[in-house]
Design a protein around this ligand. Structure first.
Ligand code: HSE
Length: 298
């Protein structure tokens, strides 16, 4: 028995919601094949796209699969094939897609003994290998879809949020690598109360805006005064991209996860495409290679 799955890319943080908010992209992601075998244990048999370790304990998909396998102790084994489209270190949840894909596929083959929160719990073990920290803000949207909020990491509690029907995302991925562990290391341990007040007001407002499809409020709330000032220094031309995107009609623009990708939300596909055109112009003037995408959130 085997299953072929699409394991989606995700945008974590969504400006104001560091480590708690995330959403799932419709068209960008990895493909994986999970195969049930008579021989017990977990094996990674194919890796295409990017050079990643075949050793199960060194591979995020392997670590999450092993955590689930050891807990369930099924009377079979699994082989994992990974066809990686999401570049590691791109800021759109590359490690999460791998970590989520293996546990999701195994669960399907076993007849769904685990719920989505339990799958996220095991996937976090794989994610921790990549980012040196167990966070679920990419994993939750990869597994649940749409927008999610990680209410608590331990015990794990995930809320699914609604996605307004006309919301589109534009992404730019400058072809430089930023390791999540490194972009976490530059963050301050403490933040100013006045910034915290702005930030949690924005998180609450964004959640309300998603529930009420209030695009003006989404625009007001997509703002990050806590993390962006530190991390944007790692991303060349961040401010230029943001200015161009906002001029072209985006509702907001912020760093995707730990970067270097930058995302913009727009009302409607036409505006999302105009935004894409505008940000392409910014990076086309540099010597940095880049890719851009427009996607629905799903
Ligand atoms: N919330 C995490 C961070 C996401 O920003 O470090 C990493 O992709």
């Amino acid at each position: 028995k085997e299953i072929r799955i699409f394991s989606p890319a995700t945008v974590a943080n969504v400006a104001c919601g560091f480590d708690v908010l995330g959403f799932c992209l419709d068209t960008i992601g990895d493909e994986m094949v999970i195969r049930q075998t008579e021989q017990k244990g977990i094996k990674i048999t194919v890796i295409e796209g990017y050079d990643l370790p075949f050793e199960v304990e060194q591979n995020v998909a392997g670590v999450s699969a092993l955590a689930m396998y050891n807990s369930l102790q099924p009377d079979c084994g699994f082989e994992i094939e990974i066809y990686k489209n999401i570049k590691p270190g791109s800021g759109i949840g590359s490690s999460s897609a791998s970590a989520a894909g293996s546990v999701f596929g195994m669960n399907e083959l076993l007849g769904k003994p685990l719920n989505k929160t339990q799958l996220t719990h095991f996937a976090m073990k794989g994610e921790a290998l990549a980012s040196k920290c167990e966070h679920a803000d990419n994993l939750a949207p990869a597994i649940f879809g749409g927008f999610t909020l990680v209410k608590s990491a331990s015990p794990l509690q995930i809320l699914q949020l609604p996605t307004p029907s006309d919301l589109f995302v534009t992404l730019i991925h400058p072809q430089i690598e930023i390791k999540t562990s490194e972009s976490r290391a530059i963050l301050p341990k403490e933040i100013l109360l006045q910034n915290a007040i702005i930030q949690w007001a924005n998180v609450g407002s964004l959640v309300h805006a998603l529930h009420t499809s209030n695009y003006d409020l989404i625009k007001d709330a997509l703002c990050d005064v806590v993390i962006e000032p530190y991390r944007k220094q790692l991303i060349p031309h961040f401010d230029d991209v943001k200015n161009a995107a906002m001029k072209a009609g985006a509702l907001g623009c912020a760093i995707s996860g730990s970067g270097p990708s930058i995302f913009m939300l727009s009302k409607g596909e036409d505006i999302a495409k105009s935004v894409q055109k505008a940000i392409k112009t910014v990076y086309a003037k540099t010597n940095i290679a880049f890719e851009t995408y427009v996607s629905k959130i799903n």
